[in-house]
Design a binder for this molecule. Structure first.
Ligand code: XUL
Length: 561
């Protein structure tokens, strides 16, 4: 590929695709060509560039330590600012944009007031989005993913809908505090007057699409999985969860406020004339349904084949894995299953770990290894399996597996607890092995049976010693991606292209694979490590002991709710 494809006209080969990413901290975008070449990138930071909102890290964290919100109008003002910057720097770019899509921080919700749809449809280029929409929200500050104020609502949802496993079986996840369903439930209990005034509930992602469209855009099936409201398999709102999340009101009313669920690749319509007149956006530009930032990361890395796994190693670690729809196993204990935004036949399993780089750093310091080079040397000089020693580091209370305390557990080769390991090498190696074995174990619990490839991202993915251990634990090659820092925005631009290309072929519940639309070279994967056969065998064996000792460790303390 990379040339005109059989069905592509030369005008189409000139087209550009705009991907927006409204993350917690700011709004970014990537503009790319039909062959995946990035032609423009732009970004702004909410705290710095929209300082008058007085957000900290893009949000308002309240004194109760639980409630975290962000001003919805800030997202709209940021969009004007970002497009203004592109127009000022590269005016020719926007005129060629054939499709736009967006990625948004997952779970965050936006409450449009009565009449907002009319305002969206009649946006005037002579004024700003902020001035025209500032009174369009029934709730000015919407809850975001960092909010954890809905514990009681989650308990009620699980009680009413067949327990944690019951909720997971329907929606892909047990009831989570940051998920939108429990947030709506809390509002129905505590501030029903806001819901009375609400015409439409959007997610941050679908709000962006709504602005671009000048009308309400649907919530896509992938981001909808972060709400605990959608039937994962049916791709429609679940009557059971709707009823549970709208106590004292009708499920039908909530369904109307949520609007339809769309395939992630759905073309929602043409861009609002506001953006055409104001920024010179191509009047034929279409808006493709937007999705969440984790699904968009999957798109940005073009992870569309079952068995491919992304391991992001940052302050916290995240695992994203593609699992066929009929094989995924939603868990009432851990993790999330979401629809894959780039393939209707698969899902993405997601695991979040709090004990990521902070814990690796702590292990290095505790082992008196001054530098990462010293850590790597100690690790590399210790054989795979650390002579049978196993370690479980919970410097932070852990999400996967749920562990509601802080502790370190060390075991010798005979499963006997130890206060300390015999040497630094075992301390270093067992910690890293433990992290990766946990990922392999728990992602398997969600239905991933065979792993073909791991793509490592995040700060710690520059460490070759870690990647070598990862390759042997997962028993597959490990790659890093050169996709750049804006993977979610890039994913949105890929999805804009995929949505339009699939639409042109008349596809509705099917999609053209990205691999067929984009040249292989756009993927920019670099092989970093291959499994060592002997080491991989050691880990296959060790994994069973790792799992049974983990169960023992978890029985020591009550599990977090
Ligand atoms: C995922 C989650 C976060 C947000 C960050 O469930 O809560 O990763 O998506 O934007």
């Amino acid at each position: 590929m990379g040339q005109l494809t059989a069905n592509q006209t030369s005008a189409e080969s000139e087209e550009l695709f705009l991907g927006l990413d409204s993350s917690t901290q700011g709004l970014k975008c990537v503009v790319m060509s039909a062959t995946g070449a990035v032609v423009h990138e732009e970004g702004l930071n909410f705290d710095r560039d929209l300082s008058w909102y007085k957000t900290q890290s893009g949000c308002y964290a309240e004194a109760d330590g639980l409630t975290v919100t962000a001003p919805s109008i800030m997202f709209a003002e940021a969009l004007d600012m970002l497009l203004g910057r592109i127009q000022a720097k590269a005016p020719q770019v926007l005129a060629k944009v054939a499709a736009v899509s967006a990625s948004g921080q997952q779970h965050g919700s936006v409450y449009w007031g009565k009449g907002a749809r009319g305002t969206l449809k009649a946006l005037l280029p002579s004024s700003s989005l902020k001035d025209q929409l500032k009174d369009s929200f029934s709730r000015n500050n919407g809850p975001i993913w960092r909010d954890s104020s809905t514990g009681a609502d989650c308990e009620a949802m699980e009680r009413e809908c067949g327990g944690a496993q019951g909720v997971a079986d329907i929606t892909g996840s047990r009831a989570y505090e940051r998920f939108t369903g429990s947030q709506i439930r809390k509002m129905a209990r505590t501030s029903p007057q806001i819901l009375d005034k609400t015409e439409r509930i959007s997610l941050v992602s679908s709000m962006l699409a709504s602005l671009m469209l000048g009308d309400y855009a649907p919530i896509d099936g992938s981001d909808a999985c972060g709400m605990n409201l959608m039937d994962l398999r049916g791709m429609a709102w679940s009557p059971t969860l709707l009823a549970s999340c709208f106590p004292g009101r009708s499920a039908q009313e909530l369904e109307t406020k949520l609007g339809p669920v769309a395939w992630s690749h759905q073309v929602c319509g043409q861009v609002s004339s506001y953006f055409v007149s104001k920024y010179g956006l191509n009047p034929k530009c279409v808006v493709v349904a937007s999705t969440g930032d984790n699904p968009s990361t999957i798109a940005g890395l073009q992870v569309e084949k079952a068995g491919e796994v992304v391991v992001s190693m940052g302050t916290s670690d995240t695992v994203l894995a593609v699992v066929p729809l009929d094989q995924c196993k939603p868990s009432g204990e851990e993790g999330n299953i979401l629809r894959n935004p780039i393939d209707p036949n698969t899902c993405m399993a997601m695991l979040c770990y709090k004990n990521g780089s902070v814990t690796r750093e702590k292990v290095r310091k505790n082992a008196a290894l001054e530098t990462w080079d010293a850590f790597n040397a100690a690790l590399t000089n210790t054989p795979a399996g650390s002579h049978g020693h196993l370690a479980y580091h919970y410097k932070e209370a852990e999400i996967t597996p749920r562990f509601n305390s802080t502790a370190v557990f060390r075991f010798d080769a005979n499963d006997r607890p130890l206060a300390a390991f015999p040497n630094q090498g075992i301390e270093a190696r067992s910690a890293i092995e433990g992290q990766f074995m946990s990922m392999r174990l728990h992602v398997k619990n969600l239905g991933l049976t065979s792993i073909s490839k791991v793509i490592a991202t995040g700060g710690a993915s520059v460490n070759p010693a870690l990647l070598q251990v990862m390759a042997s634990v997962f028993n597959c090659p490990v790659y890093v991606s050169d996709a750049g820092p804006n993977t979610a925005a890039l994913g949105a631009s890929y999805r804009a292209l995929q949505g339009l290309a699939s639409h042109r072929q008349g596809l509705k519940d099917k999609v053209l694979p990205l691999g067929q639309i984009l040249p292989d070279s756009s993927r920019k994967l670099k092989l970093m490590a291959e499994p060592k056969a002997g080491d991989a065998r050691v880990y296959d064996q060790l994994l069973k002991r790792y799992a049974s000792l983990e169960a023992r460790v978890l029985s020591v303390l009550p599990v977090a709710k």
